[in-house]
Design a protein around this ligand. Structure first.
Ligand code: GLY
Length: 316
């Protein structure tokens, strides 16, 4: 019998109590991680997951999510899904009901979600739309040589959208993808990741959160890991898989996360936004690292009434 634990990235605190409730009554790590994540996805004041997520450059909310189970390394994911508020549950359905595949994107993922009976919803909230319009209005200087034949509106759109994409800057305030990692009493480990991705991203851009080894990896022999922040760097560094490999080599969770972040940082990247990582081992040790001092993650055991915040190791 293993002592259950659940951990999560910044802003997972709203969901972790639902996850630990599942673990407390002997439920599975997969059920716990999904339950916790669904609450996060439904939190409209969070602009980086589910309903209320910030949209792509065209003003549409596109969501990525994945789940991975440690004992089987089974993986289910969706990318670029529009119109469904809980992509984590669609990712789980891919894992359980479509075992011939691991990842569905766009229209196909939406078709599958419909077939599974998931309900459509409008995801762009008034507040997210306001932030989008505010950002869209920022770059209004004419650019030389803009395409002829386009309307003034088209030209303005292209100019502002590409400037926004170049900048890829998140708005001020708490930001980032959500990771939830759960270990159940039976000793199973599960990692769940959900995101609306980079704000104002190019339509169709899928980030690390949907990709095994990049934003999510879970191997019961060594541990699970997940990333938040600049997904392109998690993809280039194979961040989550790298952390698990470092756990396998004997490093502790925080140390493994920090080593991976240092490696990712050594890569050239003109956008150089922050990447963060979290890890949980099969014997219940956990830790995280981040580029910003003072960063934290949340954790709960069945004895916790509410989430406790722990420091991540800062990576200078
Ligand atoms: N880490 C989330 C993303 O880049 O989409």
């Amino acid at each position: 019998m293993t002592d259950p634990v659940i951990i999560g990235s910044e802003r997972s605190e709203v969901g972790l109590p639902s996850g630990i409730a599942v673990l407390r009554r002997g439920g599975s790590a997969l059920d716990a991680a999904e339950a916790a994540m669904r609450v996060c996805e439904d939190n409209e004041s969070d602009h980086y997951v589910g309903t209320g997520g910030l949209p792509n450059a065209r003003g549409e909310v596109e969501l990525d999510a994945s789940v991975m189970v440690g004992s089987t390394r089974a993986f289910g994911a969706v990318g670029g899904v529009k119109g469904f508020p809980n992509p984590i549950s669609i990712a789980r359905a891919v894992l359980e009901r479509l075992p011939q595949h691991c990842l569905l994107v766009g229209e196909g993922a939406e078709l599958f979600a419909e077939e599974c009976g998931f309900t459509r919803a409008v995801l762009l909230t008034e507040e997210a739309r306001r932030l989008y319009l505010e950002a869209l209005g920022q770059d209004d200087e004419p650019v030389e040589g803009e395409g002829e034949g386009a309307t003034a509106g088209d030209r303005r759109y292209r100019r502002t959208a590409s400037a926004l994409m170049r900048r890829l800057a998140p708005h001020a305030g708490p930001w980032g993808t959500i990771n939830v990692l759960a270990l159940d009493a039976a000793g199973e480990l599960c990692v769940a990741v959900s995101t609306s991705g980079y704000p104002w991203k190019y339509p169709g851009r899928v980030g690390d959160s949907a990709l095994p080894g990049s934003g999510n990896y879970c191997d019961l022999r060594h541990g699970g890991a997940a990333c938040t922040g600049r997904g392109e760097m998690a993809m280039r560094a194979c961040g989550a898989r790298r952390v698990v490999d470092l756990l396998a080599s004997g490093m502790g969770p925080a140390e493994a996360c920090a080593a991976m972040l240092r490696d990712a940082r050594s890569l050239p990247d003109p956008f150089a936004a922050e990447l963060r990582a979290l890890a949980l081992t099969p014997d219940g040790r956990h830790g995280g690292a981040a580029g910003t001092p003072g960063s934290v993650y949340a954790f709960m055991t069945p004895d916790h009434a509410e989430p406790e915040l722990l420091p991540r190791e800062p990576v200078a």
